[in-house]
Design a protein around this ligand. Structure first.
Ligand code: BTN
Length: 250
């Protein structure tokens, strides 16, 4: 993987910060940061996760950072493609260090050994039908071995027993992100979609889910709609679900 050209060229690093995503949003509202600007911190003490959850990260042990991108080539209704490209990039970044298979659990949890090793929180700023800027928030568990809040976590260190130099692996992360972001820009969108499906956790496997009405049901993931809704075959019928409408039972 070649060196990144624009991701990480400008970085704002802080010893402590509430949330790198919040700082990135503030930076965008007050100034004109260049594409690829990274905001990172050693100690993110109010990290935000998906659907209003908190992101646990022990100080100095993990990667907690946000990258500012300007994917003006995407329409607002193509937001999920950005999620897919970023998920693929993180999958390959982790695979470069981890011998076990890395899966993407829909919509964008990164899993090793059935446990979560990384999370992605993307916030898009829209103008009309265009995406004008995106904040790619990434939390990747590297050297942390003990977790108190996170459900079902793992880390690079838990997987391998080794210690990792964060500044070293950050560069590899930026290179993977840049590669897949440029692929998204230049390749047919169908390639990103099929790449994503090929790494999808429990794709075409019998799986138990729970829906919004707390109904448990067994089904098998068969694909995605363009908007990112998950298609599941259950009892011979195809049903589709948005992000807050379904959870995996395990
Ligand atoms: C998830 O719940 O899976 C998403 C977690 C995203 C965490 C990262 S850490 C850096 C960035 N800043 C935040 O406040 N959250 C994201």
């Amino acid at each position: 993987m070649s060196n990144p050209l624009f991701i990480g060229e400008v970085t704002h690093h802080f010893e402590r910060l509430t949330s790198t995503n919040d700082y990135a949003q503030e930076l965008l509202s007050k100034s004109n940061p260049s594409e690829g600007t990274v905001i990172s911190t050693d100690n993110q003490y109010q990290g935000r996760g998906q659907i209003g959850s908190l992101w646990e990260s022990a100080p100095g042990r993990n990667l907690t950072l946000s990258v500012i991108l300007m994917p003006m080539f995407l329409k607002a209704d193509q937001q999920f493609l950005l999620n897919q490209a970023i998920s693929i990039a993180i999958k390959y970044f982790i695979s470069a260090y981890c011998s076990k298979t890395v899966h993407i659990k829909w919509p964008n949890d990164i899993m090793v050994d059935g446990k979560k090793i990384g999370g992605i929180l993307i916030q898009n700023n829209l103008q009309g039908h265009q995406i004008v800027s995106s904040i790619i928030g990434l939390g990747i568990n590297i050297n942390q071995k003990l977790f108190t809040e996170a459900p079902n976590p793992t880390s690079f260190a838990l997987q391998s027993g080794q210690f990792y130099d964060l500044s070293e692996i950050k560069k590899s992360l930026y290179a993977h992100l840049e590669h897949w972001y440029l692929q998204l820009k230049s390749q047919p969108k169908s390639q990103i979609q099929s790449e994503y499906l090929s790494h999808l956790y429990r794709y075409r496997e019998n799986t138990w889910f729970i829906d919004q009405q707390e109904q448990r049901f067994e089904g098998s993931i068969v694909g995605l709609e363009e908007t990112g809704r998950l298609k599941i075959v259950s009892n011979g019928k195809i049903r589709s679900f948005g992000i807050k409408e379904i959870s995996f039972l395990k």
